[in-house]
Design a protein around this ligand. Structure first.
Ligand SMILES: [Zn+2]
Length: 247
């Protein structure tokens, strides 16, 4: 029998296949993003039936086949029930998982992404801040974790760290007050919005969702994130459409 490996991670998606099986995509600390077949997981008496759903975080015993992995055992540590029981939150969680899926690769260390996703689903479940603000924070941080975030600390033109006041869509960078005249497709940002962007990319994960912002700053963040998405992601996310319906 093939060697069993124990991995820790989060199930990003679970699709029914065949008569009783599920095909899972799991983001793992040890193996990066892997596809795993859970055989018989949809049979009512299967030990895998309750632990092979989307967003379950836990440890999974898998063994490698020719093209994919097969699940041998699963042990859930977190079900995110308050997310799963709220349709609107589920729509956001699906979108967040799809972004993680987009960045994940087999054998690419996914520890940081798993941590970000984990605390983001926790924040969705707690409902202390708006789902839209959670989306903005999550997207910016995930883009930063994957090295694609613009520098929110310095002016793209002169390098100044002071009086940053504009984000340029075409240059995908910040501009200071002195250089802002060069920007023709900019989004003007308040000092609070600039500070919030800087906080999101550098904050400890435990403090990432510990703040709220004014309606105005949330609107500014939204403008940045919606533009940043177009710059960074080279695909349309299916689950994004669901959000537009629910906002
Ligand atoms: Zn400048």
């Amino acid at each position: 029998m093939a060697e069993v490996t124990t991995v820790t991670g989060m199930i990003l998606s679970a699709m029914p296949v065949g008569e009783y099986d599920r095909r899972l995509v799991i983001l793992t600390k040890e193996l990066g993003k892997i596809t795993v077949f859970a055989k018989g997981a949809r049979k009512p008496n299967s030990a895998l039936i309750g632990v092979t759903r989307s967003f379950i975080f836990g440890t999974f015993d898998v063994y490698r086949g020719r093209d994919s992995y097969t699940m041998y055992k699963a042990s859930a540590r977190e079900y995110f029930e308050s997310v799963v029981n709220d349709l609107n939150a589920v729509c956001y969680a699906c979108y967040f998982a799809e972004i993680a899926d987009y960045y994940g690769r087999e054998n690419l260390d996914a520890s940081e992404m798993i941590n970000v996703l984990y605390i983001t689903l926790k924040a969705l479940g707690k409902k202390l801040i708006s789902y839209e603000l959670i989306r903005y924070i999550y997207e910016i941080r995930m883009i930063a974790v994957n090295g694609e975030c613009p520098d929110f600390f310095t002016c793209s033109r002169c390098g100044s760290e002071k009086e940053l006041s504009e984000y340029s869509f075409s240059r995908n960078g910040m501009f200071c007050r002195n250089c802002a005249g060069e920007v023709h497709d900019g989004v003007r940002l308040s000092g609070s919005a600039v500070y919030t962007l800087q906080y999101i990319v550098t904050s400890q994960l435990t403090k990432l969702y510990s703040f709220t912002v004014t309606v105005e700053v949330e609107r500014e963040l939204g403008m940045i994130v919606n533009r940043l998405e177009k710059h960074v992601f080279d695909k349309e996310f299916k689950s994004r459409e669901m959000l537009n319906l629910t906002i």
